[in-house]
Design a protein around this ligand. Structure first.
Ligand code: PLP
Length: 481
């Protein structure tokens, strides 16, 4: 049988292929800041490519790699680019990338201790490091999942099991109006009806309002419903707002409610002094979702869920499979197939473990700190430019702002700000995204990429000012005509 029929490569071919991939990645890493942030997004042209018949015969790997660069990488907006400030930037790191290659290369089956004992120990250790970082008690546990959505879903499944034993009738969960849709979708997937999630209007800083929460819960109790869970956000995607965690923890304790914290974006700030002040009370959550592919700099996908009692995970997810009897010789805790909804699962903990070890926590803390500094600098530059209204100041590395037209017209301010996103996409030098904060259309910059420089920020703010003025002029001109 030929090597090809066994789907195998010769030593020489593996070398060439592998080195070619590494060289391409190094060129990308080294040249990234000089390249545009946005890809070529011409819908018509894109529609014409990558329509091919099933490939009966193979073609040389070099050609496939070239096609990948030309047709797959080219129309990509680079979320790890130092001038990508939209949504939540995903600034990965090379150690994590290599760890992903190793996990795939050795194809480690990280589901049952018997098959991947080393991997299970690494995952347990890495979860324990996170437990220490977030100040959870020694009995806490956790598991790696694909990302923030899955971490939230997993945590809410545990809350449902532990608090309701699966009986969801009349149960109600509460959150602010700034919640990520991962929460509402997660609850819907778990079988809750839409009215079983109460969105309590936030306060003027877009934080969950405790007085309004108290009132909503009291009313629901009086109406015979069963409040069971409060969902707080530690760093909202919109503005970086942190719900009042300490007060919520006190309240949930006194009312016997589950406190889930969606820290998908902001929780890693716990590694900095500023973050610790902002996140005070986080350590008292019953469950916490975080995304290591956001502010812990891992390649996509790397989410983690932590719960206060590690046995809650297996209580929620353990099932019996007779073909898996022999794995019972290890603690459930080390059989990660019992800690979440996946059986066969990637060894995601490896990238975080390796990054922590190679860079050290001090460097990672510093990298997070840089995000706070950069957002504060962006805010300062925007204020200095004079043509921006700061809507929410820099917090958790996010600042939101709106264009300030000369006449102070609200509708024009919203329109220019809205249209700016498209202009930035076309320009390609830098990218920020828009969002809606009550009646205001705003732009937001999330500056959590540690490789963003002061010059990147200055040039981006200048560019936005220029594009804003051009838009204002053309909108005003077109309404006069
Ligand atoms: C990004 C984010 C999520 C979803 O995480 P994914 O990794 O994209 O699934 C959930 N909540 C918050 C606050 C987020 O910022």
């Amino acid at each position: 049988m030929s090597k090809r029929e066994a789907l195998a490569f010769s030593r020489e071919e593996m070398r060439e292929f592998g080195y070619q991939v590494i060289d391409q990645l190094i060129d990308y890493y080294e040249g990234r800041a000089q390249q545009p942030v946005t890809g070529e997004l011409d819908h018509a042209a894109l529609d014409a490519i990558l329509r091919e018949p099933l490939p009966r015969a193979g073609e040389p790997w070099r050609e496939v790699l070239e096609q990948f660069e030309a047709q797959v990488v080219a129309p990509t907006n680079h979320v790890d680019h130092p001038r990508f400030f939209a949504y939540i930037p995903l600034a990965n790191n090379f150690v994590g990338v290599m760890a992903d290659a190793l996990a795939a290369g050795y194809n480690i089956f990280n589901a049952v201790w018997l098959q991947g004992a080393g991997a299970a120990q690494v995952e347990r250790l890495t979860v324990d490091w996170l437990r220490q970082i977030f100040g959870f008690p020694p009995d806490a546990g956790g598991t790696f999942v694909s990302g923030g959505s899955m971490a939230n879903l997993t945590a809410l499944a545990v809350a449902r099991q532990v608090r309701l034993q699966g009986n969801m009738r009349d149960a109600v969960a509460y959150c602010s109006d700034q919640i990520h849709f991962a929460i509402s979708r997660g609850l819907r997937v778990l079988g809750f009806a839409p009215d079983q999630l109460q969105r309590v209007p936030g306060d003027e800083s877009y934080r969950l309002s405790l007085p309004r929460l108290r009132q909503a819960i009291a009313e629901d109790r009086a109406a015979g419903r069963k409040p069971f869970c409060v969902i707080a956000t530690a760093g909202t995607t919109n503005t970086g707002a942190v719900d009042p965690l300490e007060e919520l923890a006190d309240y949930c304790q006194s009312e016997d409610l589950w406190l889930h914290v969606d820290g998908a974006y902001g929780a890693p700030a716990m590694l900095t002094a500023r973050g610790q002040r902002a996140l005070k009370g986080l350590q008292r959550a019953d469950s916490l979702a975080l995304d290591a592919h956001k502010w812990l700099f891992q390649p996509i996908e790397c989410g983690v869920v932590l719960v206060r009692q590690r046995r809650w995970l297996s209580e929620t997810f353990k099932e019996q499979g007779e073909y898996l009897k022999d794995v019972e010789q290890a603690d459930d805790e080390l059989n990660f197939m019992y800690q979440g909804v996946q059986l066969t699962r990637q060894f995601r903990a490896l990238k975080l473990w390796m990054s922590f070890k190679v860079f050290g926590l001090d460097a990672i803390s510093q990298a997070i700190e840089t995000g706070f500094d950069n957002a504060e600098l962006a805010e300062k530059l925007l204020r200095q430019a004079g043509c921006w209204e700061i809507v929410t100041p820099a917090q958790m590395a996010i600042v939101t702002f709106r264009y300030k037209p000369s006449g102070g017209d609200e509708a024009l301010a919203n329109r220019v700000t809205h249209d700016l996103v498209g202009r930035l996409l076309d320009d390609g030098f830098a990218f920020a995204s828009g969002t809606q904060l009550r009646e205001k259309t705003v732009l937001r910059m999330c500056a959590n990429n540690p490789r963003t420089t002061a010059e990147d920020l200055e040039k981006t703010v200048n560019l936005m000012g220029r594009l804003g003025a051009e838009l204002e002029a053309s909108i005003v001109a077109s309404t006069l005509n």
